[in-house]
Design a protein around this ligand. Structure first.
Ligand SMILES: O=c1ccn([C@@H]2O[C@H](COP(=O)(O)O)[C@@H](O)[C@H]2O)c(=O)[nH]1
Length: 284
């Protein structure tokens, strides 16, 4: 008999209700390894990344390992990433692997098998995807995520200064590319919205995007990963201005700003708790 699984969106909503909105990014930059007095090798990577999971477990809904910093160390780094994903799963923390995959549909299916299939060594609760080979190229990955109770976040309006050149370009039907991606994500979430649930398909929308972006988020039905909060300059006030009524669905993501207070787990937890409080509007 097939088991009915709770989808990623609803698992995320429950976790956010319990712990708050902050997504802690695990980006073991060389500069962070220096601060943690760790060597620039797979051992240093492992101490830093697994130390972060241990420090934040039970305090955040979701962590976001950045695949690039693990790939840097080749197979040894990928093995560390596997252990980080396992640690988080065992600690009950949701995982969002930031790998920004995007390719032709048949190759996307292989990426989906790598990250969204049960039992895959690098399986995460959700991954980031790039729609710039055409949103339809992601169909197989989205279908696999839905089938397996997992999620995807599609790049819509990224936090980097170069993004507007492509993402704010106007399509043949007069919408911005960002808006057309948001609308396609919303279409994926229609059934979840009808059921009163958070959908499994989200978007990436930077905290640094100017508040007068003119993009409509009201029908999205999924969550919004908002990197750019913290080290890139985005603030809680920016998040509220950029996202308006969609703010409760936002996962502000902070990597370097939190990692930089380590390696002491006590100071990491204090920074996480302080950030969660300010995101919740608790100014005391
Ligand atoms: O638009 C985007 C999409 C993804 N990112 C990623 O988020 C983190 C940001 O790290 P900070 O240290 O908090 O700046 C990093 O992994 C990026 O690749 C993003 O910044 N913007």
């Amino acid at each position: 008999m097939s088991q009915i699984r709770t989808g990623f969106g609803e698992r995320l909503r429950a976790a956010v209700q319990k712990h708050g909105q902050l997504c802690v990014g695990i980006d073991p930059h060389p500069g962070i390894l220096d601060r943690w007095q760790l060597p620039h090798d797979a051992y240093g990577l492992e101490r830093c990344a697994r130390g972060m999971v241990e420090a934040v477990a039970g305090r955040v809904a979701i962590v976001k390992p950045q695949s690039a910093f693990f790939e840097t160390y080749g197979s040894a780094g990928i093995a560390v990433l596997e252990r980080v994903l396992t640690d988080a799963r065992e600690a009950g923390v949701l995982t969002l692997l930031d790998a920004k995959r995007g390719d032709i549909g048949s190759t996307m299916d292989a990426y989906a098998a790598a990250y969204l299939a049960d039992g895959a060594p690098l399986a995460a609760d959700a991954i980031t995807l790039s729609p710039y080979l055409g949103f339809g190229s992601l169909d197989g990955a989205i279908a696999m995520a839905e089938q397996n109770g997992r999620g995807v976040y599609v790049l819509a309006a990224t936090s980097n200064p170069e993004a507007p050149q492509v993402q704010r370009a106007i399509t043949a039907d007069g919408r911005m590319i960002s808006q057309s991606i948001i609308d396609k994500v919303a279409a994926c979430n229609v059934d979840a919205v009808r059921a009163g649930e958070w959908g499994n398909v989200g978007i990436v929308f930077g905290a640094t995007v100017p508040a007068d972006h003119g993009l409509r988020l009201d029908d999205l039905g999924g969550s919004i990963l908002a990197p750019g909060f913290g080290a890139q300059g985005g603030t809680v006030d920016d998040l509220r201005a950029v996202f308006g009524t969609a703010y409760p669905q936002v996962l502000p993501s902070s990597s370097r700003a939190i990692l930089a207070v380590g390696p002491d787990p006590v100071t990491i937890r204090a920074a996480v708790e302080q950030t969660q409080r300010s995101l919740a509007g608790d100014t005391a």
